[in-house]
Design a protein around this ligand. Structure first.
Ligand SMILES: [Zn+2]
Length: 111
């Protein structure tokens, strides 16, 4: 799909950040939202409510962290959930505030 520079009307290549004709920075389409991305809200809430099982990290593809949180909870018969839960709660908040804004593949999260 062709895009056109809002400044000079020159056609801009897909994925280009600046207009090659006038050099003006071009805002990427949907730069704040990624419709195909995973939901930031869902990931954040999963972290806050089910984080001691690593659910939000499984969701985002951070499997290593997810397994670590899950194991902390399971191997301690739930006592470690206090640790993994707080860890996940912080991550959930970081996700909701945008400090963590990509999944494990580097894809931007959708709002
Ligand atoms: Zn231009």
């Amino acid at each position: 799909m062709a895009k056109f520079c809002p400044n000079c009307g020159n056609e801009i290549k897909d994925g280009a950040d600046i207009c090659l004709n006038c050099g003006k920075a071009v805002k990427k389409e949907g730069s704040n939202t990624n419709p195909g991305g995973k939901s930031k809200i869902a990931a954040g809430l999963l972290g806050i409510f089910l984080g001691s099982f690593g659910v939000h990290n499984f969701y985002l593809g951070y499997t290593g962290k997810a397994v670590a949180q899950l194991l902390i909870t399971i191997l301690t018969c739930g006592f470690g959930a206090a640790i993994s839960g707080v860890w996940a709660l912080i991550e959930g908040i970081l996700i909701l505030t945008g400090s963590i804004n990509t999944d494990a593949d580097g894809n931007e999260l959708a709002n």
